[in-house]
Each structure stands twice: as structure tokens, then as C-alpha cells.
Design a protein around this ligand. Structure first.
Ligand SMILES: [Mn+2]
Length: 225
């Protein structure tokens, strides 16, 4: 049995795509799964996505990252002004998936959100929701960059660790991974009728699923060494 490290891009309430992806991956206790954050908002089934992850905690090594949408949701559970911001950023769809009552938000989903971390790293890769400052240690990354800053024309240099960055957050409208060598952006715009992507970071194997239950597999070919 090989130990895989598999990153999963931004899900945004696309439970059917996530379910399709996991059926294909068939995670085992030897696998580390690193979903990159933004599990909720915009898509139709945020509640179902969190339910899938809470059950997955017992079947593999799951390291869920925090995205800006989890941040907004957790803050909305605490304060009215944050609640209004969340509603403007797609929180209304998440609320609808809980029957439009925040009081329906179950304790085990709250525990799952509290379990999410800012970043994760292996010997060769690091994982963070949005972006990074190449000159700062991972633990020192500012929130504004780590959770919010898109990667568009202005691409950060390789990180001081020398590790390859795996990020989400910046949706790729064509539904394909943006592979910049030292950075791989795997938010492939599932809620915009494109794909949800999973990447085995060591082998380059790619799974893509969508909300119609379709699945495609491929391999990243531009691995630089
Ligand atoms: Mn995001």
C-alpha cells in the first residue's frame, strides 16, 4: 500500500462532486487528504459537504485547511456584523442548506470547523488556501495573504522552504489546474459548472468530478525537478 498525499480544491457546497471524487479516490487510513478550504457557500449543499468530511475523519488522515469562507462562517456564528458580510459572500446558500436557521448548525459541524488548520506541509510540498509571502515562514503568513489574496498576474516567487505550493481560492474558469511549477492552483471552479479537482501531489495523478456525477482522470505532465 502506498501512502498518498491528496489535495482537494475548493468545494463550495458541491456535495455531489465531492462524493463522486471520494468514490474514485477510495481513501484509506494510509492516505493523507488535504482539502484546501472553502467547503461552504455559493453551491447548493454546504451542510452535506461538512457531513461528508465529519464521516471521513475516521477513515483516513484528514487535514482540512481553513478557507476565507470558513473564516467568515465562524465569525458569523459570533457577531451580527460578520453575519451580514457572510450573507453577502454566499453565506445565504449555506444557511439555506441548514433550513435557513443558524440554530440548526450542529455541534459536530462546528467541531469540524474548529479542527481546520491554516496550513499543512510535507517534506516536499506545502498547502495553504489562497497565497503566501515567499519570504515568511508558513506559521508567519499574514491572514490577508493566506486566506484572501488571489494569484492572478502577480505570481509569488518560490517559497524560502523550497517546497512546492498547493493552493486553491483563485478559480480557474477553464476548469483546469494552473500549474506554475513551484505553485499549483487547483480551484477549478466547480460551483461555476466546471470541476472539483483532487491531486496526488507525489505522483501527479489528477481526479476531476462535477455536480453531474461525471469523473475524469489525468496526470500533471509539467512536473519540474
Ligand atoms: Mn477562497
Amino acid at each position: 500500500m502506498t501512502n498518498r498525499t491528496i489535495a482537494i480544491g475548493d468545494i463550495h457546497g458541491c456535495a455531489r462532486a465531492l462524493d463522486t471524487l471520494l468514490r474514485a479516490i477510495q481513501p484509506t487510513p494510509a492516505d493523507t487528504l488535504v482539502p484546501l478550504g472553502d467547503y461552504v457557500d455559493r453551491g447548493p449543499e454546504s451542510s452535506a459537504v461538512l457531513e461528508i468530511f465529519t464521516t471521513l475523519l475516521s477513515s483516513c488522515h484528514l487535514v482540512p485547511l481553513i478557507g476565507n469562507h470558513e473564516l467568515m462562517m465562524m465569525q458569523a456564528l459570533e457577531s451580527k456584523s460578520s453575519y451580514d458580510l457572510w450573507m453577502q459572500c454566499g453565506g445565504n446558500t449555506t444557511l439555506a442548506s441548514y433550513g435557513n436557521r443558524l440554530s440548526n448548525f450542529p455541534q459536530h459541524h462546528r467541531l469540524f470547523l474548529n479542527h481546520c488548520v491554516k496550513y499543512y506541509e510535507t517534506d516536499t510540498h506545502f498547502f495553504i488556501h489562497a497565497n503566501y509571502d515567499p519570504n515568511l515562514e508558513l506559521a508567519e503568513q499574514p491572514e490577508q495573504i493566506a486566506f484572501w489574496q488571489h494569484i492572478l498576474e502577480d505570481v509569488p516567487d518560490p517559497h524560502i522552504s523550497g517546497k512546492t505550493a498547493i493552493v486553491g481560492h483563485t478559480p480557474q474558469p477553464d476548469g483546469n489546474i494552473r500549474d506554475l511549477g513551484h505553485i499549483k492552483i487547483i480551484d477549478t471552479f466547480c460551483y461555476g459548472n466546471q470541476w472539483l479537482t483532487a491531486l496526488d501531489v507525489n505522483s501527479g495523478f489528477v481526479w476531476k468530478a462535477n455536480n453531474r456525477g461525471e469523473l475524469e482522470t489525468s496526470e500533471l505532465v509539467t512536473q519540474t525537478s
